[in-house]
Design a protein around this ligand. Structure first.
Ligand code: HEC
Ligand code: HEC
Ligand code: HEC
Ligand code: HEC
Ligand code: HEC
Length: 289
């Protein structure tokens, strides 16, 4: 066999193979980083808005609740952006000649909605739903950050698939009582900051989240939950009456359990909110339908 290439070109070929490999890897890493960069995910950016609306002023300063403006967040997939009418509840009287509010007044007189630039915007092929998240004890702040400290709205988290999956693989660490979903400064339970929760039996038509009630004040008379467990209600008055329908079962008072760590609370809520397994929650069909 005649040798067309000598030994050195053999080494050269091997070298260029290695080089090409390295370049491909480097390119891959760069693209991957680019894909995760704030420039692509828009994380942290404050887009121009027709009106420089400040959540900090309206939420922290004036004490308005999120639901005052985002009225549908608990009952639909969308949180909703408030109509101009909501702003005019106050701004028909307050700051009526401020230049900043010109677009709001203009929208009111022309009846054309203000066109806000979306800050959070998932691709169309992803299914997302606010209702289920907030009714199963995920707080606004867990996903949107300290909105009450944002002079202008920005995206706190990437909203990339990995971010969603991270929680779906282990929701327990983020679950809180549904009474606390709007709380911007909720802290997980600790030995010096216990939380008491009680679950009532299943009721038709009541969202699972609302069958759990929690409190940060010790609800058990005398202190310990063990005493509460022994408590009994007086017998129903209907009991023993001839011809009367059989007495309705007397609901026993809910038993409050004390929790001193997120681990314990998370697992209790996981069970009583009936949250699916990580395997179910990370299957592709959950978010790509
Ligand atoms: C006085 C009305 C008002 C209140 C109260 C309010 N918001 Fe908003 N919110 C708006 C308006 C108007 C926008 C659209 C303009 C913007 O993005 O800043 C908005 C936008 C948002 C967005 C971003 C929407 C997007 O484009 O992706 C989030 C998230 C949000 N609000 C969360 C909250 C949370 C959480 C609370 C309670 C802590 C809250 N808001 C309270 C009026 C309000
Ligand atoms: C509950 C009453 C109330 C509602 C509802 C309300 N505002 Fe305000 N807004 C105020 C008050 C009061 C101020 C003055 C705040 C300050 O300077 O501390 C203000 C200030 C502002 C300012 C001036 C900049 C700033 O934040 O100080 C803008 C812009 C504004 N509001 C836009 C809006 C828009 C848009 C809406 C509707 C989505 C809205 N407001 C709804 C009461 C309200
Ligand atoms: C599990 C994470 C998560 C929680 C909890 C959550 N959000 Fe969102 N929110 C999102 C995502 C993701 C989007 C973008 C949705 C899209 O683009 O379709 C969004 C969008 C929004 C928007 C823009 C308008 C809309 O309806 O899409 C508002 C306003 C908003 N959220 C407010 C709230 C409020 C108020 C709460 C608390 C009651 C809350 N969110 C809780 C993840 C969350
Ligand atoms: C902080 C935790 C957390 C984050 C972040 C989160 N989720 Fe969820 N998600 C949950 C919990 C808890 C449930 C309720 C599961 C159940 O009831 O079995 C849920 C349920 C869902 C469901 C099921 C709805 C239904 O009706 O079956 C969808 C879809 C979903 N999430 C999409 C998303 C998407 C998309 C993102 C990212 C943009 C996301 N989630 C981010 C915790 C989270
Ligand atoms: C909890 C919700 C959730 C689940 C479960 C999920 N995805 Fe996604 N997926 C998303 C979100 C959100 C995006 C959009 C990411 C973005 O905008 O950057 C996405 C984007 C994608 C993309 C587009 C490319 C990319 O990475 O941005 C592909 C492909 C994809 N998902 C495939 C899958 C497959 C396959 C599965 C099952 C193994 C799956 N997804 C499960 C939420 C989910």
């Amino acid at each position: 066999m005649p040798q067309i290439f000598d030994r050195s070109s053999n080494a050269l070929a091997r070298m260029s193979l290695v080089l090409t490999g390295l370049i491909v890897i480097a390119l891959g890493v760069t693209l991957d980083q680019l894909q995760r960069s704030p420039w692509v995910t828009r994380q942290g950016q404050r887009p121009d808005q027709p009106v420089p609306f400040s959540h900090e002023h309206h939420v922290q300063g004036l004490g308005l609740q999120c639901q005052y403006c985002h009225t549908t967040v608990e009952k639909s997939s969308y949180a909703g952006i408030p109509p101009t009418r909501t702003c005019m509840n106050c701004h028909a009287q307050i700051w009526t000649d401020a230049q900043l509010l010109e677009p709001v007044r203009n929208s009111w007189y022309t009846r054309e909605s203000i066109v806000w630039t979306k800050v959070h915007d998932l691709p169309d092929y992803v299914y997302f739903n606010h209702e289920i998240h907030v009714n199963k004890g995920i707080g606004c702040e867990t996903c949107h950050g300290r909105v009450d400290e944002m002079p202008l709205m920005y995206e706190q988290n990437t909203l990339q698939m990995e971010w969603c999956l991270n929680c779906h693989r282990n929701p327990a660490k983020n679950l809180r009582p549904t009474s606390e979903i709007y709380n911007m400064v909720w802290e997980e339970p600790a030995p010096d900051r216990p939380v008491w929760c009680a679950a009532t039996p299943d009721q038709m038509g009541v969202p699972t989240g609302q069958q759990v009630s929690c409190t940060i004040r010790n609800p058990n008379p005398g202190g310990s939950s063990a005493e509460m467990a022994g408590l009994e209600l007086p017998a129903s008055p209907a009991h023993g009456q001839a011809g009367a329908a059989p007495p309705a079962p007397v609901p026993s008072p809910p038993k409050y359990q004390e929790f001193t760590s997120q681990d314990q609370l998370g697992h209790f809520l996981l069970v009583h909110y009936k949250i699916r397994t990580p395997k179910d929650l990370t299957s592709c069909e959950v978010c790509h339908r």
